[in-house]
Design a protein. Structure first.
Length: 220
């Protein structure tokens, strides 16, 4: 009786193993059939996504022309970071809903001021006893530009029959750059640049052994 029971158990195990192998084979067959279809669907989905959301291609001109090389000796003493909101519009008025074009441009830029050390001549440095007299050139704006990574068009409205003025954003950027420069100058960037230049150069001349330094205003 025990042998019969053991034999039945062995048969049951063998039958279970056979069924498991058959099921596994069927699953492999189904997967092999479906995988090509899944790959095709995935490729189609990728292609559709690329069509709807194309990645821009930027190709720089391989020809580079260097117009001028000039040695610089500028002492940058202050930097302003400025934000301006510019409104640019065209075709406004009664027919604006039909032919108008209007945008809001948020401009981020910076202005750097200092002095051009190349403008200092030998006669601009002289000694009076133990006093070193220094005539510095007038402070000037060395850089005034937009930060393109932070500047952007916040909003734009075009009329029903308007395709939009292709130059409107360019004009807004130009005005924004000038306004950023004007804001820095009105805030006194040149005076601060001159003061900072004197502070730095005073320290520099003192390290050379001059204990008394007198800065003489530059003649216009």
């Amino acid at each position: 009786m025990k042998r019969k029971t053991v034999f039945i158990i062995i048969l049951f195990l063998l039958a279970s193993a056979a069924i498991w192998f058959v099921v596994a084979a069927v699953n492999r067959s189904i997967n092999n059939t479906l995988n090509p279809l899944q790959r095709v669907n995935s490729q189609l989905s990728t292609q559709v996504s690329r069509l709807l959301h194309p990645t821009p291609t930027i190709i720089p001109d391989p020809i580079t022309i260097i117009n001028e090389i000039q040695a610089l000796a500028r002492l940058e003493t202050i930097r302003y970071t400025v934000e301006k909101v510019i409104t640019a519009e065209t075709g406004q008025g009664v027919l604006a809903p039909l032919f108008g074009d209007r945008l809001l441009f948020v401009a981020h830029g910076y202005v750097i001021a200092g002095i051009d050390m190349q403008k200092i001549k030998p006669e601009d440095l002289w000694l009076t006893g133990n006093v070193l007299n220094v005539r510095l050139p007038a402070a000037e704006v060395l850089v005034a530009t937009l930060d393109n990574d932070k500047s952007y068009v916040y909003d734009r409205e075009t009329g029903l029959f308007s395709k939009g003025d292709s130059n409107l954003e360019t004009q807004a950027r130009q005005v924004a750059e000038q306004e950023i420069l004007n804001a820095a100058i009105q805030d006194g960037i040149l005076a601060t640049a001159s003061t900072n230049a004197q502070t730095y150069l005073r320290w520099f001349f003192e390290t050379l052994g001059y204990k008394q330094i007198n800065f003489v205003p530059s003649t216009p």
